[in-house]
Structures are given as structure tokens and as C-alpha cells.
Design a protein around this ligand. Structure first.
Ligand SMILES: [Zn+2]
Length: 323
């Protein structure tokens, strides 16, 4: 729908910078010096895009149980972590993020339990450290996956060195391994932002899959500088998350319009027999209005025959085994 798309585009333009901390489509460089790409050679252009490219498409011939579509509901459990990373101490600001741990997560887990569907939770270690009851609550039903989402939701392009980035990554992996009793296999970069070191570091750490990039809306193998990485990419998208639209900086405070977009994206994935990944945040989605629409959306997807609800790990393992 054109009008829907234009509302969504406007929303992204207004708030992408607030959320991601990096310039996106809204950036308007001033003067020729601010547009170095205009002078780049073909080789420089190729080098610029080489670190993360699309390799083999991994949508299998069929999904388990002959399902038409794989659906991964994912939750980035940021809570206060991203605010603490930048030194925020305002009780008011922190309390709005604490909502995710105190209220939002329980509502989400309750919804998933009632519908008996699995989900993937990407948790910054500091978020778990401040709320130690969260991980046992997520793991209680035995259906959900916990993946890495940074130590303190650090913005990786600003960390400064490969050594420091690796220290934070290993600290996060160690914390979640101890807290869950299992080494995480899924990775999602904080703010979905990679540094120049990130792909090398997640390869070295042995992750099965990443879910931070956006080049396709079906699973693919991540290729880096011409080399297949062996990492499966379960791609996400700026339009398939609620933070640009809802919450304090939200530019489209209408859960109804937002879920209309999600429904249309799901319908397309269902038609194409591929994959639908949605990323939500307990401190935003856990509020009453978006929860009402999430509930309706899950019921809508469940009403269709042949929908495979799965964790990122289940999808990544399945597409790898299907090759
Ligand atoms: Zn996050």
C-alpha cells in the first residue's frame, strides 16, 4: 500500500538516527567533501561493499512438516543496557527501559505460552545481570532460544579496536553460557550495527547464525571479502521492528498501522514460501496497546495452515542440514 509505505518511510527518516546511533537514509551530506563516494574508483566501490555480501540463498525446498513459511518471532531484550552504555543515569529515562524487565517480558512470555510457540531472545549480558530472573523465566517452558546482543548494547563502530570488541563479545558469551547452561549459537549486533571487525569476530567465536543484516528477506549465507563465512544470515529489516514507530521517539504511534504492515509482510512470505522474522523489544512492545495487536497478529498467523514457528537456531540448523 502506497500510503502505508510513505508513512513508514517518513517514520524511519525521522527516528532512524535516534535508535541506531548511525546515520541512515536521513543523512544529508553538505558539499562535495562530504560525499567521498562520488570520487571512488570502481575498486574502491567494490571494496566498500565487500565485507558483507549475499552468498548462497538458503530457503529450503520445503520447511518441516511441509510448512509454507518459517516464522521467527525475536525479541531484543535491551531494557536499560543501551542507556547505561552511554552513561545515562536519569531515573525517569532508565525506568521507561526497566519496563521491559518489570512488565513487558512477562506479558510476552505469557502470550507465547498461551499460543505454545517458540521465540528467540537476544539479550545484552548487562540486561540479564541487572535482572537475573529474566533468563530462568525465558528458559522455563523449554521452547525459547537465548542469543547474544552485546555486553552492554555497545555500539560496535564506536568501540575503537578489534581487541576491545572481542573482549566485550567474549564477556557476553561467557555470561550467557553460564546463565543458560548452553553456549549461544545466534548473534544479533547491538543496534544491528557491525564494525569492520565484527564479522571476523563472530566467525572466530563460531556462531551458527547472525541476525543483524538486511540484504534479503529469506535466509542466505554471509560472504565476506569473497569468502563464504559458513554463517547463515537470518535477515531482519528496519520496517520489521517497532522502535522507529512506537515509544518515546516513535514517529507513528499507531500499533494498528504497524501491524497492518507486519501482516502484509507475513502474507508475502507465506505466498513466497520463505521466512518472516519480526524483531520486537519488551520495553516498547510490552505496553498494552502493542500487546493487543501482537496477540491478534499471532492468532492471524496461527489461523493459516502451514506456518512453522521456530527459533532462529531451529531455522538456521534446518536450512544448513537441507543443503
Ligand atoms: Zn538492541
Amino acid at each position: 500500500m502506497t500510503s502505508m509505505r510513505s508513512i513508514v518511510a517518513a517514520a524511519i527518516i525521522v527516528v532512524a538516527l535516534c535508535w541506531t546511533g548511525q546515520p541512515g537514509v536521513e543523512a544529508q551530506p553538505q558539499g562535495p567533501a562530504a560525499q567521498p563516494g562520488t570520487k571512488w574508483t570502481e575498486q574502491q566501490l567494490r571494496d566498500a561493499v565487500a565485507p558483507a555480501r549475499v552468498g548462497k540463498k538458503l530457503t529450503p525446498r520445503s520447511w518441516p512438516g511441509n510448512a509454507r513459511v518459517a516464522v521467527c518471532l525475536s525479541f531484543d531484550v535491551d531494557n536499560e543496557s543501551y542507556l547505561l552504555a552511554r552513561g545515562e543515569k536519569s531515573p525517569t529515562t532508565l525506568s521507561a527501559a526497566d519496563f521491559g524487565a518489570e512488565t513487558g517480558l512477562a506479558r510476552i512470555l505469557d502470550l507465547l505460552d498461551r499460543h505454545q510457540i517458540p521465540a528467540s531472545f537476544f539479550i545484552p549480558a548487562v540486561s540479564a545481570l541487572l535482572h537475573p530472573a529474566m533468563i530462568p523465566a525465558i528458559l522455563k517452558g523449554g521452547r525459547h532460544e537465548i542469543g547474544v546482543h552485546g555486553w552492554i548494547h555497545e555500539f560496535l563502530p564506536g568501540v575503537g579496536s578489534a581487541a576491545e570488541e572481542e573482549r566485550l563479545l567474549n564477556q557476553a558469551i561467557d555470561y550467557l553460557t553460564k546463565a543458560t547452561g548452553k553456549r549461544p549459537v545466534g548473534y544479533r549486533a547491538p543496534a544491528w550495527a557491525f564494525s569492520e571487525h565484527t564479522i571476523g569476530l563472530i566467525r572466530k567465536a563460531g556462531f551458527l547464525y547472525d541476525s543483524s543484516l538486511m540484504a534479503m528477506d529469506e535466509p542466505y549465507e554471509l560472504v565476506s571479502n569473497g569468502e563464504p563465512t559458513g554463517i547463515t544470515e537470518l535477515a531482519i529489516d528496519w520496517t520489521l521492528t517497532e522502535t522507529p514507530y512506537l515509544g518515546r521517539n516513535g514517529a507513528m504511534p499507531s500499533s494498528e498501522q504497524l501491524y497492518q504492515l507486519y501482516r502484509e509482510e507475513f502474507d508475502g512470505a507465506y505466498e513466497q514460501r520463505t521466512m518472516f522474522v519480526l524483531t520486537l523489544h519488551p520495553h516498547v512492545t510490552g505496553h498494552r496497546a502493542p500487546m493487543h495487536h501482537l496477540e491478534q497478529f499471532v492468532s492471524y498467523m496461527k489461523s493459516k495452515p502451514g506456518v512453522w514457528f521456530a527459533t532462529g537456531e531451529q531455522i538456521a540448523r534446518y536450512v544448513k542440514d537441507a543443503q
